[in-house]
Design a protein. Structure first.
Length: 335
């Protein structure tokens, strides 16, 4: 969640340019609940977003249980933790809207907030409700309050550009370096929820690369979504503009390869099925081939690597969850 503010555009310049698009902005005609539903439906669809949060949470949560030789269980604390991840990602989504409110008036005037269909005050109210829910869940249910406070504190720093807005908002690379560790902190939070429910838990060195396994696909996705062919580059900052299109494409390829190697080292020890190993191997070969194609024949068509990266992430998340749950069973401990 790095926001979409275009580097190189000053706030004063954006305000001046906004006069041209201001005429298209109209007062909202919907009631508050309808405006919030409109925003969530377009910018953070609840059902797919909740499913992604559940997959992200329980893949790591169950993987730790497998490494410890324990049964896979779903309880109230873990459900509250998964819902916290859902709410925190919503918090980051709203944070991006608030951070980029001025630049979006120029760069994306037809979006819900710049066009006036949804008000900034609506988003601030939604953010307040989100924070209250997260705090309540972690005060009374998850047992991982300390980890949540670290994660939420980092989110507040992101909202304020780490109090270095003038520096970070103008640099895509600095935004990546400063914002992307939030995924690692989410993984640490998930681990903390697991630890809270298992008093006999002892830290082992293998948990560190495990946290990396669930961070690297998101990093590769971020690097892949802002690549352009040389002839398509403009003032908008991209990783291909910073590093060149060859190195820009090689970096996510390196991250994907590292993820695959780390994942294989774990699943082979955990006796995963050959079908999962084969599926992940085919997935990594296919996605890397599209990156190679972009390097060999850079164009606006071959630069569309984001969907292939998202496909790889989906195969990894769904395949891992099915492998863990179907082959090992699941115990419901809700009551």
């Amino acid at each position: 969640m790095l926001g979409n503010c275009q580097p190189g555009l000053s706030l004063a310049k954006l305000r001046g340019m906004h006069h041209e698009s201001q005429a298209s902005t109209s007062a909202p005609t919907r009631a508050l609940p309808a405006r919030l539903a409109l925003y969530l439906g377009e910018m953070y669809p609840p059902v797919p977003s909740l499913l992604i949060s559940l997959f992200s949470f329980y893949n790591l949560y169950f993987f730790v249980a497998v490494l410890r030789g324990e049964s896979l269980g779903v309880n109230r604390a873990s459900l509250a933790g998964a819902f916290t991840i859902f709410l925190f990602l919503l918090f980051l989504r709203i944070s991006d809207e608030l951070k980029d409110a001025e630049s979006d008036k120029v760069l994306f005037p037809h979006r819900l907030v710049p066009s006036g269909q949804v008000l900034l005050s609506d988003l601030k109210l939604l953010m307040g409700l989100t924070i209250a829910l997260m705090l309540g869940l972690n005060l009374f249910v998850t047992g991982a309050l300390w980890a949540f406070l670290i994660l939420f504190g980092f989110g507040l720093l992101m909202l304020n550009y780490f109090f270095l807005r003038g520096l970070i908002s103008k640099s895509l690379l600095l935004a990546l370096i400063s914002h992307n560790p939030s995924v690692l902190l989410m993984n640490l939070y998930i681990l903390a929820v697991y630890v809270a429910g298992h008093p006999n838990f002892h830290w082992r060195s293998e948990y560190l690369p495990l946290l990396l396994i669930f961070w690297l696909p998101g990093l590769a996705w971020e690097l892949s979504r802002k690549l352009k062919a040389p002839q398509d580059e403009n003032e908008y900052e991209t990783y291909s503009r910073i590093f060149g299109y060859r190195l820009g494409a090689f970096l996510p390829m390196l991250v994907i390869s590292l993820h695959y190697c780390l994942l294989m080292s774990f699943i082979l020890r955990a006796a995963f099925s050959p079908w999962f190993v084969l599926g992940m191997t085919l997935a990594v070969v296919v996605v890397l081939s599209f990156f190679f194609l972009f390097i060999l024949r850079p164009s606006s068509k071959t630069a569309r690597l984001k969907p292939f990266m998202e496909g790889y992430m989906l195969i990894n998340a769904l395949g891992l969850l099915l492998e863990l749950v179907v082959r090992r069973g699941l115990i419901w401990q809700i009551l």
